[in-house]
Write a protein that binds this ligand. Structure first.
Ligand SMILES: NC(=O)c1ccc[n+]([C@@H]2O[C@H](COP(=O)([O-])OP(=O)(O)OC[C@H]3O[C@@H](n4cnc5c(N)ncnc54)[C@H](O)[C@@H]3O)[C@@H](O)[C@H]2O)c1
Length: 466
């Protein structure tokens, strides 16, 4: 089949590559000329495991093309997929300007029947907006061409995006026209062979399903972080509690890891945008507000522990930071917890020596002129001249480090673990002091210090750092 994808970011590139892999002819359109030039030169602008092979193979086979030529894109695909960003606007609502711009381009150029597939995460009612925008562009041109708009939210996870797309848990199709359901069923057939994963529903329910999924996952994380903070204060170990509750099949083990808070391009903005949509509809989404509030507070926990360890004075200290991306196997730094830590450290007069297996270039782009930041080539290198070590992303390569070396290299042998990677007893045996998240009451963990639990994330830091 012929398809066009607008937006060559994480979702657009993966969708394009996987659709081409199954034999479709895909044209990817982006307004970012530099990005398209890089893709046409064989470079993949993001890190996603396996993506470069998929793109190279399908470009070579002539099934995958990249262009900035909107007219060419609209002329090409029966399916016109919208996969552009929907970042938060000033008040946290989803900013639909990029989605509307694509709809307008489609209306300006289309001459035959098209199915417009919205893959971007968008508030309920956006399909109507897309329809109106296309209809009004067609009207301006004085032409009458049929089209349908379908909601097909994307559920891929960065870091496992290719396998998520190739073997999806579900394919949600929101439509008001049975004809489009059949065409989308045919398009998704190669990804739907093992058993039927296609779930069809009305458009508004499909739009809300995506927000509901992300809000549920974010809620699980904030719930566990809330429990972790309580565990620290009452002398319980959240890791034991996690196993204890996960064994209940109604709860399950997935997504109940405590840590330094969630980040990324989706959970923070989607929780906020859903809350704003609810408010606009006349409903105060108290639970969603709390999920965000708990997460914002959690992102400061590692900093607070370091600050408390140095009695509120971090001037002249150097912190080695392992892991910068918002989660492993991606270079995505959007809303990463490491940013809150590093920015708080700089504000408090400390320096950072940081390492990440994939996100270094992205960090350099975000913080080009920060004198307190030194980016290192390896985890070991960060330790040279550092006082303490903080772990912010659970990359595999940090799971079993040389503790002896860490002990010798740090000026002050203390590990602040924002992802609960280590066995406290083991670190203790190497003479390392260990601070983790929610691990009160067990030997080797010093979790009771650094609590600033009464603070709301909207309050200013009351420490000397502010
Ligand atoms: N990243 C994820 O893991 C993920 C997962 C599921 C859903 N989503 C949703 O998918 C959407 C895209 O997310 P992303 O992470 O891929 O975004 P991204 O920021 O990585 O990429 C968006 C791309 O769209 C391009 N663009 C903007 N306006 C355009 C236009 N008019 N025509 C063509 N291209 C245009 C940008 O230049 C950019 O390259 C968002 O709504 C997001 O919430 C993201």
């Amino acid at each position: 089949m012929q398809m066009t994808i607008f937006g060559s970011g994480y979702v657009g590139l993966v969708t394009g590559a996987c659709m081409a892999e199954t034999g479709n002819h895909v044209v990817c359109v982006d307004i970012d000329r530099k990005k398209i030039d890089r893709l046409n030169a064989g470079e993949v602008p993001i890190y996603e495991p396996g993506l470069d092979d998929y793109i190279a193979r399908n470009r070579e086979a002539g099934r995958l093309e990249f262009t900035t030529d909107v007219a060419k894109g609209v002329a090409h695909g029966l399916f016109q997929v919208i996969a552009v960003g929907t970042p938060p606007d000033e008040d946290g609502s989803a900013d639909l300007q990029y989605v509307v711009a694509v709809a307008n381009s489609i209306g300006q150029h289309m001459n035959d029947y098209r199915i417009v597939v919205d893959k971007s995460t968008v508030p309920v009612g956006t399909a109507d907006k897309v329809k109106e925008t296309i209809a009004s562009a067609l009207k301006k041109r004085g032409v009458a061409v049929e089209f349908d708009v379908v909601s097909n939210p994307e559920f891929l996870k960065e870091g496992a995006a290719i396998s998520d797309f190739m073997k999806p848990d579900r394919i949600i199709i929101g439509t008001d026209n049975p004809r489009t359901t059949e065409l989308l069923r045919a398009l998704y057939e190669p990804f739907n062979r093992n058993h039927d994963r296609l779930i069809t529903m009305d458009i508004r329910s499909a739009e809300l399903t995506k927000y509901a999924a992300n809000a549920m996952l974010a809620t699980k994380i904030s719930f566990m972080n809330e429990l972790a903070n309580i565990a620290e204060l009452v002398g319980a170990d959240i890791e034991k509690v996690r196993i204890g509750i996960g064994s209940d099949p109604r709860i399950g083990y997935h997504f109940i890891y405590p840590g330094a808070g969630y980040g990324g391009s989706c959970f923070p903005k989607d929780v906020r945008a859903l809350g704003k949509s609810a408010a606009r509809a006349g409903y105060t989404a108290q639970l969603l507000d709390a999920v965000e509030e708990v997460n914002n507070r959690q992102k400061h926990r590692v900093f607070e522990k370091i600050l408390a360890h140095y009695q509120g004075n971090l001037k002249g200290k150097t912190v080695a930071v392992w892991g910068l991306s918002f989660k492993p196997k991606t270079d995505d730094m959007r809303e990463a917890s490491s940013r809150v830590l590093m920015e708080s450290l700089w504000a408090a007069g400390a320096r950072v020596r940081a390492y990440d297996p994939e996100a270094i270039e992205e960090v350099r782009r975000i913080y080009p002129d920060v004198t307190g930041l030194e980016l290192c080539q390896s985890a070991k290198e960060t330790l040279t001249g550092a006082d303490v070590l903080a772990i912010m992303t659970e990359w595999q390569e940090f799971r079993s480090p040389d503790f002896q070396y860490i002990k010798q290299a740090l000026k002050d042998p203390v590990v602040f673990d924002g992802r609960n990677l280590y066995d406290p007893g083991l670190l203790q045996s190497f003479g390392l002091r260990y601070f983790a998240i929610g691990r009160g009451g067990i030997p080797g963990v010093e979790d009771k210090s650094g609590g600033n639990y009464g603070r709301r994330s909207s309050d200013k830091l009351t420490s000397k750092a502010s």
